[in-house]
Design a protein around this ligand. Structure first.
Ligand code: G16
Length: 543
């Protein structure tokens, strides 16, 4: 057993996207591809000799192989200890929890989140810092710079580490501790929420369905919902994590979580439904025949936070990504707390949470979370909702409708055009940028453009600036159309069009969102010339 230095050539395409490096599995299987990226991480983070690292992933295809490679490289790069989830499993929020609880130097999380898995599916890797959150752009840029000049990496020649039994072993001088992936996280949840009240709600006949989508949250949901909270057996569906997610697309939205949607919109639907994604950080919330948009969910959680033991003293502030609707802003204004608007990407919330300036954060992309960890957290959001339902003893729909009556409704929808030729997608964006000068003040039907810009963000904590974070067309009445290119896809380009219209009139709150947003959708298509420039008549996904 010895440390070996291996010569390598740089790859030019290792730029981390919205949340780490995501590629097809075969790309990661190219000799040295993963090793180069891991060495670039280690070379960029200046970990002291003997530091502790957390490693885990969502269990997708190639997770186990990648973990063995990372463990051997960590041993060769001077780490003293690695905490790894049993079977190589850690949901993304659980990894964040473990990094924080054991005050480790950082962690490596293996996931391509909601993207499909399997031998031809997607894989991903990202580095999280000691605060438990995704590395900031300064760090990811350093990793990318390193990946372009790397000439060697270090590994440790040894047999694979046994990952399926709890306990310690060694790789040279480095200790590998296989930990239970669920316990630390479940304890954290129990410290935040009123488990006895939720248990009583579930015992009273309140029926729930949680769709783990054959992804990492299955064991977490079984242990917490059916185990600690006593939900009836079968409340968790698709609860066995599979390397290819059963051939599904583990993205909790109305299109991909169709099994759950059918149940929640069928005869005898349960009272509450929820789903989470590949790595357990996203969530979708449903009532009986009712869908809660992620933007509304964030606003609802903020408005009801003091009902929850972990948040009973109120919130320091809230934050949302720029394309997320302004529903949370209205709650923040009423609570007289700050509301921050950040670029898309959970990493932008970290500084605000570390500085104690926000407690709750959320994104339209089915992500909600709080300062309990530094990742968005799917099961946390489900427990937050269950705690509200236990405290208020009303249906999901009644709670949301009451919220709209008080604050108004921000109608919201997102159109995704996936797998576009990159040039066509870039063409739409530059055409829109070129139109800025002529748009301001122009009227389109009921809407007049107030301003338009390319969103830019100056981090209020460290002063770093992020530019070109999405094109905003802001209308005089507060309605918005946003155009943005996704940073998480692995094939071609995905163009997202985000639509939002505010409605104060309660008599119109029952409208279908697509109906309420029809005129804005037409304006978005007209302004962007999307159909002619991309040849796409319809979006691939509407949420
Ligand atoms: C990641 C990020 C989120 C972001 C989402 C969508 O989520 O962590 O902050 O909102 O991607 O990003 P994009 O619009 O660029 O595709 P996840 O769940 O994929 O890790």
């Amino acid at each position: 057993m010895s440390i070996r230095t291996v010569s390598t050539q740089p790859f030019t395409d290792q730029k981390p996207g919205t949340s780490g490096l995501r590629k097809r599995v075969p790309a990661f299987q190219v000799p040295n591809y993963l090793e180069n990226f891991v060495q670039s991480i280690f070379d960029s983070i200046s970990a002291p000799t003997g530091a502790t690292l957390v490693v885990g992933g969502d269990g997708r295809y190639y997770n186990r192989e990648a973990i063995q490679i990372i463990l051997k490289m960590a041993a060769a790069n001077g780490f003293g200890k690695v905490l790894v989830g049993r079977g190589g499993i850690l949901s993304t929020p659980a990894a964040s929890c473990v990094i924080r609880k054991y005050a480790t130097f950082g962690g490596i999380i293996l996931s391509a989140s909601h993207n499909p898995g399997g031998p031809d599916g997607d894989f991903g890797i990202k580095y999280n810092s000691s605060n438990g959150g995704p590395a900031t752009e300064t760090v990811t840029e350093a990793i990318f710079a390193k990946s372009k000049t790397i000439s060697s990496y270090k590994t440790f020649d040894a047999a694979d580490v046994a990952l399926d039994t709890l306990g310690s072993s060694t790789l040279g001088t480095m200790q590998v501790e296989v930990i239970d992936p669920v316990n630390d996280y479940a304890e954290l949840m129990e410290s935040l929420f009123d488990f006895p009240a939720i248990r009583a709600l579930l015992a009273s006949g309140f029926r729930i369905k949680f769709d783990a989508m054959h992804a990492v949250n299955g064991p977490y949901a079984q242990a917490i919902l059916e185990g600690r909270l006593g939900a009836v057996a079968g409340s968790v569906m698709n609860g066995v994590p599979l390397e290819d997610f059963g051939g599904g697309h583990p993205d909790p939205n109305l299109t991909y979580a169709h099994d759950l949607v059918e149940i929640m919109y069928g005869d005898g639907a349960p009272d509450f439904g929820a789903a989470s994604d590949g790595d357990g950080d996203r969530n979708m919330i449903l009532g009986n025949h009712f869908f809660v948009t992620p933007s509304d969910s964030l606003a609802l959680l903020a408005a009801n936070a003091t009902l929850i033991p972990g948040y009973k003293n109120g919130l320091a502030g809230v934050a949302r990504s720029m394309p997320t609707s302004a529903a949370a802003d209205r709650v923040a204004a009423a609570l007289n707390i700050p509301c921050f608007e950040t670029p898309t990407g959970w990493k932008f919330f970290g500084n605000l949470m570390d500085a104690g300036r926000v407690t709750l954060c959320g994104e339209e992309s089915f992500g909600t979370g709080s300062s309990h960890v530094r990742e968005k957290d799917g099961l946390w959001a489900v427990l937050f909702w269950l705690n509200i339902l236990a405290a208020r003893k009303q249906s999901v729909e009644a709670i949301v409708r009451e919220h709209w009556a008080k604050y108004g409704r921000n109608f919201y929808s997102r159109y995704d055009y996936e797998g576009l030729p990159t040039e066509a997608a870039n063409g739409v964006m530059s055409h829109l940028r070129d139109s800025f000068a002529t748009l301001t003040g122009k009227a389109f039907g009921n809407y007049t453009v107030a301003t338009c810009d390319d969103f830019s963000y100056t981090d209020p904590v460290d002063g770093s600036v992020s530019t070109k974070q999405g094109i905003r067309i802001l209308f005089a009445d507060g309605s918005r159309i946003i155009f943005r290119l996704s940073g998480t896809g692995t094939e071609g380009a995905t163009l997202r069009v985000y639509l939002e219209a505010y409605e104060a009139d309660v008599s119109r709150h029952g409208l279908d969102a697509q109906e309420a947003l029809k005129e804005l959708i037409g304006i978005a298509l007209q302004l962007s010339e999307l159909k002619t420039r991309t040849g796409r008549e319809q979006p691939t996904v509407i949420t």
